[in-house]
Design a protein around this ligand. Structure first.
Ligand code: 5GP
Ligand code: MN
Ligand code: MN
Length: 479
């Protein structure tokens, strides 16, 4: 546990593989001294457990926001050998392809100032939000099949957005291996009723402005300028992804037994690469990932409508980038000069892909800069746009953090904060927050999260991503 941590460098800490008999690699965490104390003991245990998965390469990694998750920690990254490893739904999470996208506008901060409340009301009217919110689309089963096989591309083909949006989504908003024949009736039912909904709690639609640029050249490439307004959308695959995950966790528990995999934690249920269980999960996971991209794309289209109705139809809202932060990907990595390229299932669970300059998977426009990655903070504090690095390619399979990360559980936050008070305090700071319930605002109180600057600075100083710009909240729609 904490006493077993070895400090390797200012921001690198390791759990030696001797800590647990089943570990085949060490655990490696990117943390500042301050953050080491914030991480719960159980999270360290989860990092050690992931190091026991067959075929894990190099390290069981934890990004600076690491906290407790289902099986894998949030902030966990693991590359599992494509031939000799396993695939584990716990390494992806229940909200498959939960992710973030950022739109840049040609509005300035002053254009929005004083109009926050009305603007949010307009957005709330366009985008169904909250736990039980229902889709405005009335899709048939066969339409949903096409949607989950085509992701954001389905949305654009059906009038939600523009062709150019596609190239600024990770994977172009579509994972090719998706196979809708593997989706249960129940998942389809949950999916149909929620396309184009934000969800609740941690999911949000936030109007922000850029208050600082750290890297002029990258900011120019990403099209970011100080004082301009941006919109950040954070949501995932809703009940559809949850259902896919639940069903496959059950199958994987059986598979782990069947293939004789000894697991330190049942929540790490997995199946060896190439088995039917592994392939079926992966193809279904791709469907859920595509669902999430379609969801964010449809919401983007309604966000544009709300801005056009409220300001003027000439207002631009261009997609900077859309990143997934709960997903497993088949990727090729060359870890060091001595080794040759190899294929892995890279699991990122509450972690963001952050590929460095020159990688063929990132848009042409961003080739020289590296991939933009989006790191939300909380509804009362800074969020960041960063870029991927060569260092990340060699050390974290091209990954960085996905957020500030929680400091306390939802339950604890509800006991500590009262929604009305939090809302008032934010309003005094000039931030208008609207949620369907006061309890959501309490659970999501800024104090329930780690300091975003601290987390992003660790990633920056360690070198796994570099800061490009900082965003401040003006108005937030929480589900
Ligand atoms: P998760 O996907 O882990 O629930 O959330 C990702 C990150 O979003 C969290 O770790 C947190 O730092 C950030 N976050 C949660 N709520 C908000 C919000 O309302 N606004 C912003 N900007 N960030 C948030
Ligand atoms: Mn989510
Ligand atoms: Mn998320």
């Amino acid at each position: 546990k904490k006493d077993n941590l070895e400090r390797k460098d200012e921001y690198i800490w390791e759990i030696p593989k001797e800590y647990k008999g089943c570990m085949s690699v060490p655990g490696r965490l990117y943390l500042s001294e301050k953050l080491v104390d914030v991480v719960e003991e159980d999270t360290y245990e989860q990092i050690a457990n992931v190091a026991c998965l067959p075929g894990i390469k190099n390290y069981s990694l934890a990004m600076p926001e690491a906290h407790l998750g289902y099986g894998f920690p949030i902030g966990g990254v693991a590359a599992l050998d494509r031939d000799e490893g396993v695939i584990s739904p716990g390494g992806v999470g229940f909200d498959i392809n939960c992710g973030v996208r950022l739109l840049k506008t040609n509005l300035k901060k002053e254009d929005v100032k004083g109009k926050e409340k009305e603007l949010i009301e307009n957005l709330f009217n366009k985008v169904p939000s909250g736990v039980g919110s229902e889709s405005k689309l009335n899709l048939s089963n066969s339409e949903l099949d096409i949607l989950v096989e085509n992701g954001a591309q389905w949305a654009v083909e059906n009038g939600y957005g523009k062709e150019s949006d596609i190239k600024f989504c990770e994977e172009n908003g579509k994972m090719q291996q998706a196979d809708s024949s593997l989706i249960s009736k129940k998942a389809k039912g949950r999916g149909k009723s929620q396309v184009g909904t934000l969800g609740s709690g941690n999911h949000f639609l936030e109007v922000q402005y850029i208050d600082e640029i750290f890297d002029e050249e990258a900011a120019k490439t990403f099209g970011l300028n100080e004082d301009y307004v941006t919109v950040m959308i954070h949501t995932g695959s809703r009940g559809f992804g949850h259902q896919v995950c639940t069903e496959h966790v059950n199958e994987m528990e059986k598979a782990a037994k069947k293939y004789g995999i000894d697991l330190p934690d049942k929540q790490l249920a997995c199946a060896p690469s190439g088995t039917k269980e592994a392939e079926d999960y992966f193809k279904a996971m791709c469907c859920a990932a595509n669902y999430a991209w379609a969801n964010r794309q449809v919401i983007t289209s309604w966000t544009r409508e709300a801005f056009h109705d409220f300001f003027d139809s000439e207002i631009k809202l261009d997609l900077v980038y859309d990143v997934a932060h709960n997903v497993a990907k088949e990727e090729t990595h060359k870890i060091n000069k001595k080794e040759s390229k190899k294929d892995y299932f890279v699991h990122r669970k509450g972690a963001t892909r952050a590929f460095g300059p020159g990688h063929s998977s990132i848009p042409k426009k961003y080739q020289k800069t590296g991939q933009p990655a989006l790191i939300p903070g909380n509804m009362g504090d800074s969020s960041f746009i960063v870029k991927g690095t060569e260092y990340a390619m060699e050390n974290t399979f091209g990954s960085t953090c996905h957020g500030a990360g929680r400091k306390m559980s939802r339950k604890k936050a509800k006991g500590k904060y009262w929604g009305g008070t939090v809302q008032k305090e934010l309003s005094e700071k000039g931030i208008y927050v609207k949620a369907t319930h006061g309890s959501v605002i309490a659970e999501e109180a800024p104090g329930a999260y780690k300091n975003p600057t601290e987390v992003v600075d660790v990633a920056h100083n360690a070198g796994i991503s570099e800061k490009v710009g900082r965003l401040q909240p003006m108005a937030v729609a929480k589900g």
